[in-house]
Design a protein around this ligand. Structure first.
Ligand code: FAD
Length: 489
């Protein structure tokens, strides 16, 4: 067995592990070892379907040191007028560039691709089986805790008969090479299984690629509220939509008398969208979508609302509430992988002794969260009085955890209020610390602090929006615990 020594061992070279490594490299002199099962950095982006894109503008995704965005806007299509969304291929080649042009050339990073971390610092090569024991001088950083599953790598929770025709979205763009022998003709009908963002991507892709809406069915176990992408745009040119949108969102949170009332208000100010206005959504996963995408998806009218799929057979779907026959030559598309499988009852501490468990400290921002945690690891918790030794943590954990309270990823509508409350709690704590406040403002991974800082004092209209945001945010913080307490979801 080989032996190496490092300061930090990072398990996972996905968005979280890479953002952590990049900031730690900038902020310390530490030696870092990164291990990942994939052949390339970028995590699940390496397994994604060919038409996947970021949901959010590229300008605040990735690692802190390296720009991902081309700063261009789409001139056509369902994202027209909005900042471009990096494609999956762009995201994975970006991470490869960060690894090869920033991390490895530093001479302070060792990278073990195609290798499993099998526990206690033991790294096993997938190809040779050779083991390396990594002795960690400081901490082991686990970036795999929330590891999302994607359709091409997950196992569906329902039965799939041997003669059923079901693929992951990855197979769709390859249909041109489908064999034409009898029994395996090209599909005449498509059934999308799942109601999350992947299913929405598949619906939009099928329609754009030429499938007729009447030849598409969509199994929707539940409906979702969706973030209006217009309100997530960076830069001063979208100030009214983004910052004004946040002021409206805070007003809704401040004035709502119930969760149902809240979402009506959020829809009225267009902060949130839904695909089917006659349905009441019960799910919220921060899926982000444009109004044009929603319009496009409304063309699919054959929506199957019979609960979850229990089995896919050759000619039928078996669902919680009954059986649905499939038209001849139906291709089923599995979109049921969950971006977040693990939702622990309570968030875990981020810092605990010689372990760092990467979680989101601002939802839905995994890159920003991991970079901020690395910054806190580098600069905080070393003063006298920060010790948490009595609570089982190492010196400094208490201070670090106070700055990095993990925020739970939501599933329900109440979860939206709870995660917004968690985000605001952290934002307040960070705002009290000048050094951290400055780092956040200057970080490319923060979407909006720079926009706010760039508003001229003489710009009366924008200053009024900022004032409204401040006042509404205060009132929202007072109302959110009542909304959560009054909810039965
Ligand atoms: C389709 C899709 C679109 C998304 N769009 C956005 C978006 O626009 N904006 C946004 O902020 N978020 C988005 N997300 C959320 C997404 O989860 C994060 O952006 C991010 O990519 C997650 O990265 P991660 O590092 O946490 O996990 P992963 O990408 O899963 O990385 C974890 C890595 O750890 C490795 N690993 C796990 N266990 C081990 C082990 N024992 N040994 C070695 N290696 C191991 C895995 O191989 C993997 O490479 C999207 C998610 C999906 C699925």
């Amino acid at each position: 067995m080989n032996h190496i020594t490092t300061d930090y061992l990072i398990i996972g070279a996905g968005a979280s592990g890479m953002a952590f490594a990049d900031t730690l490299l900038t902020e310390t002199d530490a030696h870092i070892t990164i291990v990942d099962r994939h052949a390339k950095p970028g995590g699940h982006w390496n397994d994604a379907y060919s038409f996947v894109t970021l949901h959010q503008p590229s300008s605040f995704y990735g690692v802190n040191s390296t720009e991902l965005s081309s700063q261009s806007k789409d001139a056509h299509g369902v994202n027209k007028g909005l900042y471009s969304l990096a494609s999956g291929l762009e995201v994975s080649s970006y991470y490869e560039r960060v690894m090869n042009q920033t991390l490895l050339p530093s001479g302070r990073v060792s990278y073990f691709p195609m290798s499993d971390h099998v526990g206690d610092g033991r790294v096993k090569s997938i190809l040779s089986g050779a083991e390396t024991q990594v002795t960690v001088r400081k901490k082991t950083v686990d970036s795999t805790y929330f590891g999302p599953t994607v359709p091409s790598t997950h196992t569906p929770k329902f039965k799939v008969a041997a003669d059923a025709w079901m693929v992951s979205p990855n197979a769709l763009a390859q249909l041109w090479q489908a064999p034409r022998e009898p029994g395996r003709e090209r599909p005449l009908h498509f059934t999308i299984i799942g109601a999350g963002k992947t299913a929405m991507d598949v619906g939009v892709w099928l329609l754009n690629a030429g499938a007729a809406p009447e030849n598409i069915s969509w199994v929707m176990p539940r409906d979702s509220w969706l973030v209006n992408r217009l309100h997530t745009q960076p830069g001063l040119d979208f100030f009214d939509e983004a910052i004004g949108g946040q002021a409206n969102q805070m007003e809704a949170l401040a004035k709502a008398t119930s969760i149902a009332d809240l979402f009506e208000r959020l829809e009225a100010c267009e902060a949130m969208l839904r695909i089917h206005p006659d349905q009441t959504p019960t799910m919220f996963h921060y899926a982000t979508i444009s109004k044009a995408e929603v319009q496009s998806l409304r063309r699919i009218t054959n929506v199957i609302r019979k609960g979850r799929v229990q089995a896919v057979e050759a000619k039928a779907l078996v669902l919680d509430a009954g059986r649905v026959e499939l038209p001849p030559h139906t291709l089923c598309i599995d979109c049921t992988a969950s971006a977040v499988e693990k939702r622990p009852a309570a968030p875990q501490p981020v810092f605990e002794g010689n372990k760092i468990l990467l979680q989101m400290v601002r939802i839905p921002m995994p890159s920003f969260s991991a970079a901020l945690i690395a910054y806190v690891e580098a600069h905080y918790g070393n003063e006298p009085g920060d010790s948490d030794v009595k609570a089982g943590g190492s010196e400094g954990d208490a201070k670090k955890n106070q700055l990095c309270g993990a925020v739970q990823f939501p599933d329900s509508l109440t979860g939206y209020v709870a995660s917004t409350f968690g985000n605001m709690r952290n934002q307040f704590v960070w705002s009290q610390d000048k050094t951290l406040r400055t780092w956040i403002r200057d970080s490319r991974l923060d979407g909006f602090a720079k926009v706010v800082a760039a508003v001229s004092r003489d710009d009366i209209a924008k200053q009024a929006v900022l004032e409204r945001l401040k006042t509404n945010a205060k009132a929202a913080v007072a109302n959110m615990p009542k909304l959560i307490a009054g909810s039965d979801q």
